[in-house]
Design a protein around this ligand. Structure first.
Ligand SMILES: N[C@@H](CCC(=O)N[C@@H](CS)C(=O)NCC(=O)O)C(=O)O
Length: 288
């Protein structure tokens, strides 16, 4: 295996604003704000600032699951953050998440309001706040959290590694694609073995571990990420496919996937969600 370009790193790396590839225009080696703009605040206690990427979908699925389970306190406003336009670098967004990544949540039901960032922590925060989707019993709770943290540690190899080099890099390079394909397939095999003789990731109960892992690996198995289903032979992971399909059929998951979505079929794009009726009246097919 050879690559046709080689690179000798300089003694000190310097930022060249455009390094090529998708997202090159928003990648920066510095943190902080690029412009002053406060975030909007709606009528509900929970204010979500997000986009329907896998990390964003985790939170909207969680909120829709809570609402479907009768938790009225989980009503939320979901505001759209267009990351390709740099909304994550506004002063308002950086106040909620100094890391400038979606999703970010404000809980205004407390005084002072609480900011929550990192999708895994948002799931944990909501699960603890409302006493749902996280088992109480210590062994089961720890198993669930082990898998939640597994997802947070593993998905960067799938998204930032495999997805970046397979789908977004300006040219296809064998070395990183092989490296991250190997790891992605290993991760799918970890999940496949885990799901071989139990219904859900952390046992027999649907939990935040399923929500987090489904958003990445479930959607990968369903052929929705990076146009890579055939390349990764995702259907060979039969237990993952069974589990992914079952979760995909949940009505809260169908709703959660629509929130803050700005691509795909217009009837499944709900750019902002401020009320449950928005699913019927404010999708892009109805308002554009
Ligand atoms: N570990 C973070 C990752 C969040 C993340 O990577 N968000 C991406 C979209 S999926 C983002 O906001 N990217 C914007 C940027 O990199 O500037 C989480 O799980 O919340």
């Amino acid at each position: 295996m050879t690559d046709n370009t080689t690179y000798t790193p300089p003694s000190v790396w310097k930022w060249e604003a455009e390094n090529g590839g998708t997202f090159a225009n928003i990648n920066r080696p510095i943190a902080g704000t690029t412009h002053n703009k406060p975030l909007p605040v709606g009528k509900h206690p929970l204010q979500l600032y997000s986009l329907a990427t896998p990390n964003g979908v985790k939170v909207t699925v969680m909120l829709e699951e809570l609402l479907a389970g009768g938790v009225a306190g989980a009503e939320y406003d979901a505001w759209l953050i267009k990351i390709r336009g740099g909304d994550q670098f506004s002063s308002g967004f950086v106040e909620v998440n100094p890391n400038s990544k979606i999703p970010a949540l404000m809980d205004h039901s407390t005084s002072p309001a609480i900011r929550v960032f990192e999708s895994g922590n948002i799931l944990l925060y909501l699960a603890e706040k409302f006493g749902r989707l996280l088992p109480d019993e210590p062994a089961k709770r720890t198993e669930c959290l082990s898998w939640l943290f597994w997802q947070m540690g593993s998905a960067p190899y799938l998204g930032g590694g495999f997805g970046h080099f397979y789908a977004y890099a300006p040219s296809k390079m064998a070395y990183p694609i092989d490296r991250y394909t190997m790891e992605t397939k290993r991760q799918l095999d970890v999940l496949n073995r885990q799901l071989a003789d139990q219904s859900y990731i952390a046992g027999d109960e649907y939990s935040i571990a399923d929500i987090a892992i489904w958003a990445w690996y479930g959607q990968l198995a369903l052929g929705r990420l990076y146009d890579a289903a055939e390349f990764l032979d995702v259907t060979s992971y039969t237990h993952v496919t069974r589990w992914a399909t079952e979760i995909d059929d949940r009505s809260a998951v169908k709703r959660g996937r629509m929130v803050n979505r700005i691509s795909g079929a217009p009837q499944y794009q709900l750019h902002e969600r401020h009320d449950v009726s928005d699913f019927d009246t404010k999708t892009q097919d109805k308002i554009s």
